[in-house]
Design a protein around this ligand. Structure first.
Ligand code: MN3
Length: 200
């Protein structure tokens, strides 16, 4: 069973009014994400990993330095699907319910969370990801390099932002902080984060 690239959870041009062009998704979803799926299939074809879930492949290959290529591609497949779901047209605003309460408790306020998340995203040197995670009942912000993700470390991800340069170069050129600000103001999908929080 081959690994498949899920469809984007919105139309390719749906985020144009909200700071991300269709062209970004033509490259980022259509070429970068697709390449990770294709590479993962090539690397796992005919091996025992081909029949595992994507999550299992990520967890087992992370422990094994001889499988770094498989880990990088598997994690990037997962990370990008998670990232598309962390975005929505006319997102942003504020979370509600249990998620809002936990953010207030663990960060002090929504503004403090945004400050911490923005700082992690801006200071990840080179390529990587910024995450909101649930670490055993406490919400935290972390950043990871390259393909690394919370799942590999046994942590539950709630939201992510891709801060590889390819994620923002078409819309923002080299201005990563403007991309981060737009994500938090106009795109962040709090419903997705709340669903992840509610999962066992
Ligand atoms: Mn990317």
């Amino acid at each position: 069973m081959a690994f498949v690239q899920p469809p984007l959870p919105f139309d390719i041009n749906a985020l144009e009014p909200h700071g991300m062009k269709a062209e970004t998704f033509e490259y980022h979803y259509g070429k970068h994400h697709k390449a990770y799926v294709d590479n993962l299939n090539k690397l796992t074809e005919g091996t025992e990993l081909a029949d595992k879930s994507l999550e299992e492949v990520i967890k087992t290959s992370f422990q094994d330095s001889s499988k770094a290529g498989i880990f990088n591609n598997a994690a990037q497949v997962w990370n990008h699907t998670f990232f598309w779901n962390s975005l929505k047209p006319a997102g942003g605003g504020a979370p509600t319910g249990d998620l809002a309460a936990k953010i207030d408790k663990d960060f002090g306020s929504l503004d403090k969370f945004k400050e911490e998340f923005s700082n992690a995203a801006a200071t990840q040197f080179g390529s990587g990801w910024s995450w909101l995670i649930d670490d055993g009942g406490t919400l935290k912000v972390i950043k990871t390099p390259n393909a690394e993700n919370p799942l590999a470390h046994g942590k539950k991800a709630l939201l992510t932002l891709d801060v590889w340069e390819h994620a923002y170069y078409i819309d923002y050129r080299n201005a990563r902080p403007a991309f981060i600000k737009n994500f938090l103001e106009n795109l962040v999908n709090w419903d997705f984060a709340a669903e992840n929080l509610a999962k066992a």
